[in-house]
Design a protein. Structure first.
Length: 491
């Protein structure tokens, strides 16, 4: 993790002085932050942020309003030689009264070659006789066009789409940064912002990498998996990371938010992060608090060394996710590194069952074992079969009709759910065209979003009654055929 520079600038001065509406000079306060970025065509650059506490500045009357004025001096040195110099004034907002205040922000950008620097900052309240505030900080800039990297990670207080240009606009978004390293209790959400550079150069234009987000509680030295995630990202010159961070249930304490990038060989190629303290009404974590459940679950998964077991854990959660989740599992279970599979399992499950991930996992694995035994076959685990997936998603059906020897029909099974998350009286028709009496596949369901086949009766009864008429939907009448009756009137 590269160095992050956060400096609170303040000085205890209070010389008596009469300036228009205010009689005593105040103690100027400002927050200073350096953020490092990179542009594929222009190279490395830094953004220097100053956030002024307006209540600490002197305001003077100008015409019919009051306003503060700050003088800023930036000097950037390399080996005692000045490479960048800028002196300017920053005006505060116009206020109707002298005792009204509104904090304000300034951003300046400087291009810098990769190297070691010293940044000197000097602030002076133009309307006050107080001495200037000065601070000096070391700075390392190490971006280059041939190395994959992550910019400094920032917290953004708010985000708004815009077509305008300005120092606070990036990629069509106006972002107001949150520069304080404390996230107060009144904040319900903050956005994580960062940029990834040169992945196309290091991994190839058609390459991809794995982006892993991790939130760690420093106080108890434990990962907070419910806030962590992992995903596959296609390579570009610049990839933008913008992710909301929900703070409503985040306990009080010290944290580090990390972004780690891995190549296809599971090698760490770049990383960065940000530390912060969360003030919260949620009690701080203890070793025996809820986080221990997260830690226990992560330990269970991370301690597994068998590739077959890891893949089994990874694939068995497939029925519980949406299409994107299932697609990710289908594409990655065979070739993706075990450590990445483990991270995905931990992230998914602790989000799916945040209250008691360890106990819920043990119960789910017991259910998976039952499903594997009941619905598995010679080529599939039970959770990979259509019946197994349906069972893991919705539980056991209320009614089951089994017809294995109906004349002219393939073996079939009808499940009925009296109550279902999507509708009442949910029906599922499974049949076995292989005639093995073990490989039942879903033929038709009346549930929204599930497989629907208006020709299901015809297909089911085509074992001895082949029919090539694609317009025909109704089944043929034959002795002993009762599929339609069982579907319409299950019992």
């Amino acid at each position: 993790m590269t160095n992050k520079i956060f400096v609170i600038l303040f000085v205890f001065v209070g010389t008596f002085n009469s300036i228009l509406a205010q009689s005593i000079d105040k103690q100027p306060r400002a927050l200073f932050s350096i953020q490092r970025f990179y542009h594929p065509e222009e190279g490395a650059y830094i953004e220097l942020y100053l956030s002024f506490d307006a209540s600490s500045l002197m305001q003077v009357k100008i015409d019919d309003y009051y306003q503060s004025k700050m003088e800023v001096l930036y000097v950037i040195k390399k080996n005692d030689n000045i490479v960048k110099y800028d002196k300017f004034e920053v005006l505060g907002p116009k206020m109707a009264q002298a005792d009204l205040y509104q904090d304000f922000l300034d951003v300046q950008t400087f291009k810098l070659q990769p190297d070691q620097y010293v940044v000197e900052v000097s602030l002076r309240d133009v309307n006050s006789s107080t001495s200037p505030i000065k601070v000096t900080q070391n700075l390392t800039v190490d971006f280059n066009e041939k190395k994959m990297a992550v910019s400094d990670v920032m917290f953004e207080k708010s985000i708004e789409e815009t077509f305008a240009q300005g120092p606070l606009v990036k990629n069509g978004l106006k972002m107001i940064p949150w520069l304080v390293s404390v996230l107060p209790a009144f904040m319900d959400q903050v956005y994580v912002y960062a940029e990834v550079y040169n992945s196309d150069f290091e991994l190839g234009l058609n390459g991809a990498y794995v982006e892993k987000h991790t939130l760690k509680n420093i106080d108890v030295d434990s990962i907070f998996p419910a806030y962590s995630s992992i995903k596959r990202v296609e390579c570009k010159e610049v990839n933008v990371i913008l992710k909301p961070l929900d703070l409503t249930t985040l306990p009080k304490g010290s944290y580090v938010y990390s972004i780690d990038l891995y190549n296809r060989d599971n090698e760490l190629v770049a990383s960065n992060g940000i530390q912060f303290y969360r003030e919260s009404l949620v009690p701080e974590l203890k070793k025996d608090f809820l986080v221990q459940g997260f830690a226990d679950f992560a330990t269970i998964i991370n301690s597994e060394t068998s590739r077959d077991s890891i893949v089994d854990f990874f694939r068995c959660i497939r029925p519980l996710g949406d299409y994107a989740h299932q697609n990710f599992i289908d594409k990655n279970w065979e070739s993706t590194e075990s450590e990445i599979l483990k991270s995905y399992i931990i992230s998914f499950w602790t989000s799916y069952k945040p209250e008691s991930p360890t106990n819920e996992w043990l119960k789910y694995r017991a259910l998976v074992n039952v499903v594997n035994k009941e619905f598995g076959n010679s080529i599939q685990k039970g959770y990979d079969t259509d019946r197994g997936m349906t069972y893991l998603q919705y539980g056991p059906p209320d009614q089951i009709v089994v017809r294995e020897n109906e004349p002219s029909s393939y073996p079939y099974i009808i499940w009925q759910y009296y109550t279902h998350p999507k509708q009442s009286n949910a029906m599922y028709v499974f049949y076995d065209p292989s005639l093995t009496y073990r490989n039942y596949v879903l033929l038709h369901s009346n549930v929204r979003g599930e497989k629907t086949n208006t020709r299901w009766r015809l297909i089911l009864q085509s074992r001895n009654n082949p029919n090539a008429d694609i317009d025909q939907e109704e089944g043929v009448q034959h002795w002993g055929g009762r599929a339609d009756d069982y579907f319409e009137n299950p019992r």
